[in-house]
Design a protein around this ligand. Structure first.
Ligand code: ADP
Ligand code: ZN
Length: 616
């Protein structure tokens, strides 16, 4: 088994053939063609691609070409179901084997495996390493073994799954079967850990850029968070999205409030019972226009391609988390929004939580650094995408043109003097007070605290009357972001100077600060920048009709609408208005089986909506 039977040239076009006829896509993206070719020839691979990059095809196509069954290890039932349903739609014989199946169903799948009638089998890691499964797999030829979400093997990551550690045994049991591990996790240490723990040190690495050009990054300073959120939602009427909050209570409150405003908003957090959680998740996947308000517990295993926005109502704890969470938007490559609103209190809260955690000092230090990078990203005056990608060791030369700083360049001002005043105030008051009190002192306010500590007698009392409260808070945020001030680890928000503050205090270093976040925090929103309307008004009725038809078909089959056709395909139908099956077949995402199953139905809908020739 696993012999390289396909090395002759005549086979070279098979991957493209399958891509065209089965999946209905005109061409490979990025490194897909190379990866497919490498695996088809029996090579091992480690594939790193951003979310939505198209990892699945990298093993699905080789599994169809190589002789035998393709085994795909996947960590979550929802992921497996989604993939299998999509494959079945295009006529591929795929099944999954996990705890969601009844014993009878599982037996049927096992019988199909033994009979050699399946192309692809998705299986949970604990089952893949079970002796009974190995014995079954041993009796049939295997095309390949794919390990999806391979970063689950990393003990340092958020998604660690102990069962993944046992997967290296598949290698010793099936030494001649090509293996491919896939992940969207960017960083080098995790990559090396994957290779090491899965015995893939010799595998060829395919590393794609991590940019998600269709995602628009925007950040606002917390003002009226709800009003800000509504602004975002208005640009996404009828679309699906995720709203992340720090706490369960905030999740519940926000979901309830959104429902009160007429949105279909569902809560998701670890405190809900498992049944309700999975119901809400299902509704999100199967529905259209559902908003999930969630803690970070939500998202892993959500493959829904048409999530149009991800909102953060609090600061995530690291850029890794931010990147992963925002990455759930726009997997289909269509425009999507990643929007965040945050305040200094978030930093203080996170700092406190990190300190209280049971983790060792080293881990805490790393977490603290990650939080600082996160804050630095928020306060940066540079292109968001450039800062984000640089953090992951990549770079783009030009500003992206699709983030708030690019679209609405922030004004800057010479904050050297203000910074000196702020830093001196921290020093004069004993390096233990939080921003609220420091601002009171700077602005010369007569408060109980000021009097109690005799801070009206310090040299910095009242020296900052030229700035208002919000402006001072922005100055302090930027001083913290640039590492000149550190927040006490206890979570009370007390600030102290670091070594980096010295040059500014001594007048040796000038500081440029960001103004836009400072005085007109909502300027960026005025442009309604999310409104990159992909559709003309005259096309709306057809778009809605196609979506309705898709939903009707999906309901009948109990599958998510996007496995029938994804949004990009429907959009192409609206734009091209195909008149017959041959026309329709040229559209991306329309393969042979879908064409046969749904072609006439969708052509009928299109026929009922002739395009307006008047060109009005
Ligand atoms: P990932 O697993 O990397 O997040 P997927 O494999 O789910 O991404 O692919 C994301 C989306 O892109 C899917 O809807 C998929 O069908 C589509 N896609 C993948 N490769 C291509 C391609 N070559 N042409 C067009 N669409 C593609
Ligand atoms: Zn940019």
């Amino acid at each position: 088994m696993g012999q390289k039977s396909l090395t002759n040239r005549s086979m070279d076009n098979r991957p493209l053939d399958i891509l065209n006829t089965v999946f209905g896509y005109p061409g490979f993206r990025g490194q897909q063609a190379e990866i497919v070719d490498h695996i088809v020839r029996g090579g091992d691979a480690l594939v790193l691609m951003p979310t939505g990059g198209g990892k699945s095809l990298c093993y699905q196509i080789p599994a169809l070409i190589r002789h035998g069954l393709g085994i795909v290890v996947s960590p979550l039932i929802a992921l497996m179901r989604d993939q299998v349903q999509s494959l079945q739609q295009v006529g591929v014989k795929a099944e999954f084997l996990n705890s969601a199946l009844s014993p009878n169903e599982a037996r049927d799948v096992e019988a199909a495996i033994a009979a050699g009638t399946l192309d692809l089998l998705y299986v949970a890691p604990e089952r893949a390493t079970r002796e009974s499964f190995i014995a079954l797999a041993d009796r049939i030829p295997l095309a390949l073994i794919a390990i999806d979400e391979a970063h689950c093997v990393s003990q340092w990551g958020h998604d660690f799954r102990p069962e993944y550690l046992a997967l290296d045994m598949l290698h010793s049991r099936f030494p001649n079967v090509p293996r491919v591990a896939l992940t969207a996790t960017a960083d080098g240490p995790t990559r090396r850990e994957i290779a090491l723990r899965l015995g893939l040190e010799q595998a060829r690495e395919f590393i794609d850029g991590f940019d998600r050009p269709n995602i628009r990054y925007r950040i606002a300073v917390q003002g009226d968070a709800r009003r800000q959120l509504l602004g975002l939602l208005q640009a996404h009427e009828g679309e699906s999205g995720i709203v992340y909050c720090h706490t369960r209570r905030r999740v519940e409150e926000t979901a309830t409030w959104l429902r009160g405003r007429g949105y279909e908003a569902l809560a998701y957090h670890a405190g809900l019972d498992a049944r309700l959680r999975s119901e809400n998740q299902q509704q999100f996947i199967l529905g259209e226009g559902v908003i999930v308000v969630a803690t970070v517990a939500f998202g892993m295993g959500i493959d829904k391609p048409n999530v149009r926005f991800v909102a953060h109502l609090n600061l995530p704890r690291s850029l890794e988390a931010y990147y992963q969470e925002t990455g759930r938007a726009g997997r289909d490559g269509l425009p999507a929004d990643a929007w965040m609103s945050y305040g200094l209190q978030d930093v203080i809260t996170l700092r406190g939580l990190m300190q209280q955690s049971q983790a060792g000092e080293r881990v805490k230090r790393v977490e603290q650094q990650k939080l600082e990078s996160m804050l630095g990203y928020c306060e940066s005056t540079r292109c968001r995408r450039q800062v984000l990608l640089e953090y992951f060791g990549e770079s783009i030369h030009e500003p992206c043109g699709n983030c708030d700083t690019c679209l609405d360049p922030p004004d800057t001002w010479d904050g050297t003097e203000a910074a000196r005043k702020g830093l001196s105030c921290v020093y004069r008051t004993g390096q233990r007070f939080g921003v609220g009190h420091l601002v009171d002192v700077l602005r010369g306010k007569d408060t109980d605290r000021v009097r109690r500590f005799a801070h009206d007698r310090t040299s910095t009392f009242g020296v900052g009357r030229d700035l208002n409260d919000a402006e001072w808070r922005a100055v302090f945020r930027q001083l913290i972001a640039s590492g000149m001030l550190a927040i006490d680890p206890e979570g009370f928000g007390g600030l102290r100077l670091t070594g980096r503050a010295r040059p500014v205090l001594r007048g040796e270093q000038a500081l440029t600060l960001r103004k836009e976040l400072l005085s007109t925090p909502r300027k960026a929103e005025k442009k309604r920048s999310a409104a990159r309307e992909p559709l003309a008004d005259s096309d709306r009725p057809l778009w809605e009709a196609l979506r309705e038809k898709r939903m009707e078909l999906a309901r009948k089959q109990g599958v998510p609408p996007y496995v029938i056709f994804n949004d990009a395909t429907l959009l192409a139908m609206v734009r091209l208005r195909p008149v017959d099956l041959a026309d329709l077949a040229t559209i991306t995402g329309v393969g042979a089986v879908r064409l046969e199953r749904y072609g006439e139905t969708f052509l009928d809908v299109i026929g009922e909506h002739p395009s307006s020739i008047s060109g009005a």
